[in-house]
Design a protein around this ligand. Sequence first.
Ligand code: ADP
Ligand code: MG
Length: 694
Amino acid sequence: MNNIPETFGSLVFNREVMKERLPEEVYKSLKHTIQRGDDLDITVANVVAEAMKDWAIEKGATHYTHWFQPMTGITAEKHDGFITPDGKGGVIMSFSGKELIKGEPDASSFPSGGLRATFEARGYTAWDPTSYAVIKDGSLCIPSVFCSYGGEALDKKTPLLRSMEAINEQALRILKLFGTEAKHVEPNCGPEQEYFLVDKEIFNKREDLVVCGRTLFGAKPPKGQELEDHYFGAIKPRISAFMKELDEELWKLGVLAKTKHNEAAPCQHELAPIFGSANAATDHNQLTMETMKKVADRHGLVCILQEKPFEGINGSGKHDNWSLSTDKGMNLLAPGKNPYENAQFLLFLCAVIKAVDEHQDLLRISVATAGNDHRLGAHEAPPAIVSMFLGDELTAILEAIDEGVPYYGTQKLQMEIGVHVLPTFPKDTTDRNRTSPFAFTGNKFEFRMPGSAMSVAEPNVVINTIVAESLMQFADELESASDFRSALNDLIRRTIKKHKRIIFNGDGYSVDWTREAERRGLLNLPTTADALPYFVSEGNIELFSRHKVYTEKELRSRHDILLESYCKIVAIEAITMCDMASRDIIPAVESYVLKLAKTVNALKSADAPIPHHTRATLTRLVELSDEMTASLALLRANAEYAQKNLSSNRCGEFCRDEVIPKMRDLRRAADEAETLTERSFWPFPTYGDLLYYN
Ligand code: ADP
Ligand code: MG
């Protein structure tokens, strides 16, 4: 790719293409729909459809599809050709406004959590004109929402768009009080994406990776990430070739892929795009994940997005960098030169602090999946306890306000590196804190709990809604105040006092913090099974209904889908383990035991001494084989029970208490057996083979 500016967005029906190809009136009308949310006129849709089709065909497309995000977490598409019979035995290429606006996929095979019985299969997809259509594999992909016949959301985009409207409405009320000019406020998102790359041939030899996307067995290799030599390390040629092609593919799709580097664990990498509107960023992140998988395949690699593919080394997250900005380009979370005197900033900051403290449960739920449970609180990831990092300067400002004393500010110091030839630069007023789940990073918040495989829609839905709620309460109070300034000062001070317990600038990975958090009364919800019941609490039902993000019915259905999916994943993993243990691991251990036994016999008949190693290994492997057989039987029975009782509310707890601990037992025995069994007997590639393939 020589000319990046020219190829960037070449497969996107973006504003420039619209302007070029649509009559002026139509373009204007569509622009108003996109920017102001005006209703879309069908005559406009017809003209847009025609232009889109012509453009897509010129780019080699033959099909179109409504591209949507059902509750599976991945995207869905059903491709229809542009061909229509011309009545003379041939075809013409056609695409109408009606087809652009609405699709009718059979909804019965997507998770709906009881919102739609199979006999009421009808579902609708509807064009989301606020996210651009792109061409992918010869199909025009039209970003769409997905809902049931009754209008209930069956996807991730609909609630996201609703939550964006909610925060827009409330933020505008606040801005009006400050006299800040804005017609529209939008949440922004920059999702940093972590992933693993492993060799395809090696990957395919492991049933756990193929079926579950993560390893269920595997003894720790002699070297994990202890030497800290992978993070930001030089990128190896094979990976570099992958990254180069990935960037090019993403740029064509209009994704602003910007940063790439090696991550902390062996074979782990990261891609960060330039942030954008939360809606487009969410679509782009889905495209990114999909493209990563496709491009990896072309390089003989597999891209693993699962949150915890390997035990004992880092898992992968997706940091959700979130901020709010106005249509005039103002970042409402930018503290400016003098944050202490920037009351509007302080109020928005307080809105986020209050939101995070009051809705710790929802933030935890927004990242709750079976896969991410293994990551949160393990090794490198933020703990399952939600807290906020604000850094030294902001914390000092808030403390000063809380105590009612003046704040004199910190001087921006020059950085002293001690080498005269180097340019000097001002030091940031605060260091970074990598261990915090929700960190203020200069002019945005970085929510670090989301897992790498999940859509960033849910975390954004929750952040938008809970901040909208804070802003609504603030606006209610301030709008009715007789003296705005004193009411504002009072409100800021009160909010800090009440919610400062959520602020923690220390090491979030330490055991002390868990104790301290408990003392502060913060929630600690280690697993999805612990977190999900909070989703449908009375307060949360009211919250989401008030902001028109989820109806009670939609919320309950989502709860059921999440719970069912958690249980299904745990059960599938458990059964995969049973399969691997009974068909691969135990037979391999037994073959090796037999070899050892034969050695012992041969030595005995030769009247030779039997080495201690041989005898000890033989004894231990027989014990481990028996342990595995016992754990296996229990695990299989429990997993099958869980699978049969998926619709029970207790299924989550059952998986947490009865299935997952048995999985651990089986793994412990198998991993020890791996360290004792002769290499050539082991039935599949080890951690060493997987992690050090190139
Ligand atoms: P780091 O790894 O140091 O946290 P990266 O550069 O990898 O930083 O990623 C930071 C992410 O935050 C990028 O996706 C960037 O576009 C995004 N970002 C920067 N400013 C904002 C903002 N105001 N709102 C939302 N996201 C932002
Ligand atoms: Mg980064």
